[in-house]
Design a protein. Structure first.
Length: 235
């Protein structure tokens, strides 16, 4: 009932999900993507998705035949419920619980649930996400335990045997850049720099050696630090 050669990638248009998309295209025969509109302040990332998908064809001609449909799900209710710096005009800082104000409670749990619902319909056994516990912003739903718990719940609740993959879970941002290079060479690295978006403020007007962004938000700082370490051979 599920195709072991088919994968669905949670694809935002950012560095991590683009690397995961390349990972999936290298591993599986058929790959589809899913993105979510949830009232995010950095909604510009959604406009990056189509150019990134198209650019994948130029990175590896074999990937063109493997890259299937793209699906965009409207989850604006998530943005309406969540009081987060990603969905409200709130300063990005640490709150009294030690969590960043950019944390959207349950976001990845909701994303994985809807991805599994689509994978159920599309017959995809594998679901790929860019969650990372090694080099992350402190989001609880990015942790390995959360993903494993979701896999168990989804498989029990949907009577399927989905496999949730998190290729970036145990590597830092420098190693993420290195993984991209191992999958698609300098062409993929350059494409990620030029086409993807990570900045929480949605800044596409300022170009750095690591890509576009404000350069000051936590997402930009992680990306920049990882690129510097990778470029200097520290990955």
């Amino acid at each position: 009932m599920l195709d072991d050669g088919k994968a669905l990638v949670l694809f935002s248009g950012g560095q991590d999900s683009t690397t995961c998309l390349a990972w999936a295209l290298d591993k599986f025969e058929s790959v589809e993507t899913i993105g979510f509109v949830y009232g995010q302040r950095h909604a510009v990332e959604m406009t990056c998705r189509a150019p990134v998908r198209e650019a994948m064809w130029g990175v590896n001609p074999d990937w063109r035949a493997r890259l299937g449909e793209d699906h965009v799900i409207d989850l604006s209710v998530l943005g309406a419920v969540a009081e987060s710096a990603l969905t409200r005009d709130i300063e990005i800082a640490m709150n009294e619980e030690g969590l960043p104000t950019s944390f959207v409670p349950g976001r990845n749990l909701v994303f994985l649930t809807f991805a599994a619902m689509l994978a159920y319909r599309r017959g995809a056994k594998h679901i790929v996400g860019g969650m990372c516990e090694t080099d992350f912003s402190g989001y609880p739903d990015c942790r390995d335990d959360s993903v494993k718990a979701m896999q168990l719940a989804l498989n029990i609740g949907m009577a399927r045997q989905f496999v949730l993959h998190t290729p970036l879970m145990w590597i830092d941002k420098a190693a993420t850049w290195a993984l991209a290079k191992s999958l698609g060479g300098d062409r993929l690295v350059e494409m990620i720099v030029n086409e993807t978006h990570t900045c929480y403020h949605g800044d596409r007007g300022t170009r750095h050696e690591w890509g576009y962004g404000c350069g000051a938000c936590p997402a930009c700082e992680l990306r920049a630090q990882g690129f510097l370490k990778f470029s200097s051979g520290g990955a």
